[in-house]
Design a protein. Structure first.
Lengths: 153, 271, 402
């Protein structure tokens, strides 16, 4: 069985991170498993964790009142799920539901953001890694907004 | 310049707004061949004429397909034709996908919406000589799950021909267990050797622009990326001037272009 | 710019240097009669609606004797000359393209029948035109349209048929207009290609003669029938002087050096927006341009719905519809449409057809209702280039002596 650290070290998100930091983060990590259909978090909940998806797929949903839930993004193997843990007020923005059996590494965001406050360098390192992921999500969202395949009239 | 008579053999309803017409020359003696990526001008009596890319297999024998989305009065008339009805056809026009150039390489095909139609014959051309190509991937994005074209064929492409097929939709509900997000997010989910790979992209211009960025980010050279351009086409033979895109006439110099050759023009607004 | 590219001969006719001859007005009249007798429909300059327009000519009486024109940006006026010159004007709004590439043409008809419908292609038009009074810039314009319709992967058979049947009686320009710049474009004023016969009108004191020489076998045969007299040394010299004088009168100049690169590099430039502030998007420039070739097709049906026709009609890149794809027009703004026109004409045309699309006739300047002047607009862009600082003169536009 692979140790958590050996899994983390190979993930692009933690690439070239200083050894002590990696150790610290490993200390905040745990293996988790979600069954298909299981909610990982729900909109409005405190965002105290984030996840590195090792296997499976997670759908991010919004549920407009009186309507059926709409999936706006799926997060797949190798990708990061959740960034609200680092940004006040630390609340989840969407419902996250596993659409198939999903294995992930859960990282304790509450603990990490405390550590980030204490060690600005660590904070900056994590922010630098999180920001591109947020940026890409935003770019993709904008493209979805354009509705490129929709009927043009 | 004068359309030849063809008859509708079958109509396949693909989605709520898209249908495929299998067209047969009225004169059975008439030879008809095309290369993947080429298009025909289809005329409906009394309505008008539009360019439609050929979506049939490159085998030629099993149909001469045109997959048409209902977006205007001519396309509306086309998808409402019934078997036996007549259309006028001019073509095929335009240049093909780089099927030859891709030999010995990995191939990434990226399609958005109806953009899968002109790429389907390319995919079949690759499949017909599967051993001459490395990893083949099809990345397909569409609006909703109801808009996915040729979905029943995806499993065959995957299982029988060893093609990495990934699809995604812009929005979904809980009945959709697949990916939600833009097509560019699929690039990192398939394997290809960017140093020995060609890519073919067809879809809305914005989708193609971002797909190119993603592929370049993954290490593909711009000269190994091919895209198709859409402009107003009237004559299809370079006389009417409508389809100009910078120095190119889409009808005779395209619709397939090597990205590095049109890069300066594609980034200009209203060109 | 490849200057040599203007000199591509389209007819496979050897341009034998024929000894020039001389005819008088009656000789010119004879020429018209001979051409008519040979089955040609002679088209030449006539006066109508206060302009010189190309129309049927039956004798020299139909020609605009004693008329000339005054041209400027947005201005065209006919004026009386002090002499009776027949070709004493520069250019009117018409060009010969209306005959070879007609403004409207039926491509085919379709009739509904029990099996669907049947398409009947349009027969080729076998009309033989003899064009009288064709200027050098216009011959170049026709050579440019030949590249579009004949020397391309596809051939427009209707154009080809009219073109091959046509006979060209050219005229060397005796004076240049204020909007002329053929010297800059290397397309004139001297007729050097694409003609069957060429005239130079000489008006000296009491004498009104035409130096005439043949440029093709057909021209040679016709010239024989005209019974001209051999030209004297003086007449030849006088004709050369007239042409040289015209060349020195150009009202406009355009610096063509690296013009393709200049425009490609300036697809984004404040000049476009400024021009758009004046441009009415009226499409006049494209209609009067002798090389603009764009067309559209219209499918029409009769009231019963049983008979359909397809018509080809001149179109213009200045219309909104021109660039429409499903969902809207690609070129929504006037600036993008003007940029398309000018960049196509002067730059991308070179990539497409190995020649400039401009022959320097100046019609687009004269007939622009607000007087937009492409020579000036090119100069504006050129002068704004960093390496052009301090080199503001001579980059084009209106000549000071005009």
């Amino acid at each position: 069985m692979k140790t958590l650290e050996s899994v983390l070290i190979k993930h692009p998100f933690f690439e070239n991170l200083d050894e002590p930091y990696l150790k610290l983060i490993t200390g905040c990590a745990a293996n988790v498993k979600f069954e298909s259909g299981q909610f990982i978090y729900r909109q409005g909940e405190e965002a105290n964790q984030f996840y590195i998806i090792r296997q499976g797929k997670v759908a991010l949903e919004v549920c407009p009142p009186g309507k059926t839930p709409v999936t706006v993004q799926t997060v797949n193997e190798g990708e990061i799920l959740g960034w609200a843990w680092l940004v006040p007020p630390y609340r989840c923005h969407f419902d996250a539901q596993a659409t198939e059996l999903t294995r992930a590494i859960a990282l304790d965001g509450k603990c990490l953001r405390q550590k980030c406050e204490e060690d600005i360098k660590l904070g900056y390192e994590l922010l630098k890694r999180l920001l591109p992921a947020i940026g890409r999500t935003m770019e993709a969202t904008r493209l979805q907004l354009v509705d490129v395949y929709g009927k043009r009239d | 310049m004068v359309p030849r008579p063809f008859r509708v053999k079958t109509v396949i309803q693909e989605t709520h707004d898209t249908a495929t017409l299998d067209l047969q020359p009225e004169n059975p003696e008439e030879e008809f061949s095309f290369s993947p990526g080429q298009f025909n001008m289809l005329y409906v009596f009394g309505i008008g004429e539009v360019p439609i890319s050929i979506s049939g297999s490159s085998n030629g024998s099993d149909g001469f397909f045109h997959t048409i989305r209902d977006v205007g009065k001519v396309t509306h008339a086309l998808i409402n034709l019934r078997p036996g009805e007549k259309v006028g056809l001019r073509g095929p026009f335009g240049n093909p996908w780089p099927i030859e150039e891709g030999k010995g390489k990995d191939v990434v095909i990226m399609a958005g919406g109806i953009g899968l139609a002109p790429l389907r014959p390319a995919l079949y051309a690759l499949i017909s000589r599967r051993d001459q190509y490395g990893d083949i991937s099809l990345l397909y994005g569409s609006r909703t799950k109801e808009d996915l074209l040729f979905h029943p064929e995806f499993e065959i492409w995957k299982k029988k021909h060893g093609i990495q097929v990934k699809d995604t939709i812009d929005t979904g509900d809980r009945s959709w267990k697949g990916n939600v997000g833009v097509v560019t997010t699929l690039v990192s989910r398939v394997s290809f050797d960017p140093s020995n790979c060609i890519a073919m992209i067809c879809g809305p211009e914005i989708m193609m622009k971002f797909s190119v960025l993603e592929l370049v980010h993954a290490g593909l050279a711009e000269k190994n990326i091919y895209i198709t351009m859409e402009r107003n086409m009237k004559c299809a033979v370079g006389f009417c001037g409508h389809c100009q895109f910078g120095p190119a006439f889409i009808c005779k110099d395209g619709p397939v272009f090597r990205y590095d050759r049109i890069k300066p023009f594609i980034s200009t607004r209203e060109l | 710019m490849g200057h040599a590219c203007y000199r591509i001969f389209l007819k496979t006719v050897p341009y034998i240097m024929n000894k020039p001859e001389v005819i008088g007005k009656e000789g010119l009249n004879r020429l018209i009669q001979i051409l008519t007798g040979m089955g040609y429909q002679v088209i030449g300059p006539t006066v109508r609606d206060e302009a010189i327009v190309y129309d049927s000519v039956h004798s020299i009486e139909d020609l605009p004797a004693g008329w000339t024109d005054e041209q400027e940006g947005g201005t065209y006026r006919l004026k009386k000359r002090s002499d009776e010159a027949l070709f004493g004007y520069t250019l009117g709004p018409h060009s010969w393209k209306q005959f070879l590439h007609p403004p409207e043409r039926r491509l085919w008809q379709a009739q509904k029948d029990s099996l669907g419908f049947d398409i009947v292609p349009e027969k080729l038009n076998n009309i033989k035109y003899a064009f009288l009074g064709v200027r050098s810039c216009e011959l170049h314009a026709i050579a440019i349209q030949d590249k579009v319709f004949i020397q391309s992967p596809h051939t427009d058979l209707h154009y080809q048929s009219l073109r091959q049947n046509a006979l060209f009686v050219a005229v060397n320009c005796g004076q240049a207009g204020n909007t002329c710049f053929c010297v800059s474009m290397q397309t004139g004023p001297k007729v050097e290609m694409g003609y069957d016969l060429v005239l130079t009108e000489i008006l000296d004191d009491e004498c009104h003669t035409f130096l005439i020489s043949a440029g093709s076998d057909a021209g040679k045969t016709i010239l024989k029938a005209v019974e001209a007299k051999p030209a004297g040394e003086n007449e030849v010299k006088r004709a050369e002087e007239i042409i040289a004088n015209t060349a020195n009168q150009m009202g406009r100049t355009m610096a063509t050096e690296n013009i393709k690169e200049l425009l490609y590099e300036n697809v984004e430039h404040p000049a476009w927006e400024k021009i758009a502030g004046r441009c009415l998007s009226c499409a006049n420039c494209t209609m009067v341009c002798p090389t603009c070739f764009c067309s559209t097709v219209e499918d029409v049906t009769d009231i019963t719905g049983d008979h359909a026709e397809r018509w080809q009609k001149w179109d213009s890149c200045f219309t909104m519809d021109f660039s429409s794809i499903h969902g809207g027009a690609v070129r929504n703004s006037t600036q993008s449409r003007y940029r398309q026109w000018m960049t196509h004409k002067l730059a991308s045309w070179q990539d497409q057809f190995d020649t400039s699309g401009c022959v320097g006739c100046g019609r687009c300047i004269t007939w622009c209702p607000v007087g937009i002047d492409l020579t000036r607009e090119v100069a504006v862009i050129r002068e704004s280039q960093p390496d052009q600082a301090g080199k503001l003169s001579g980059s084009g536009g209106q000549n000071e002596n005009s």
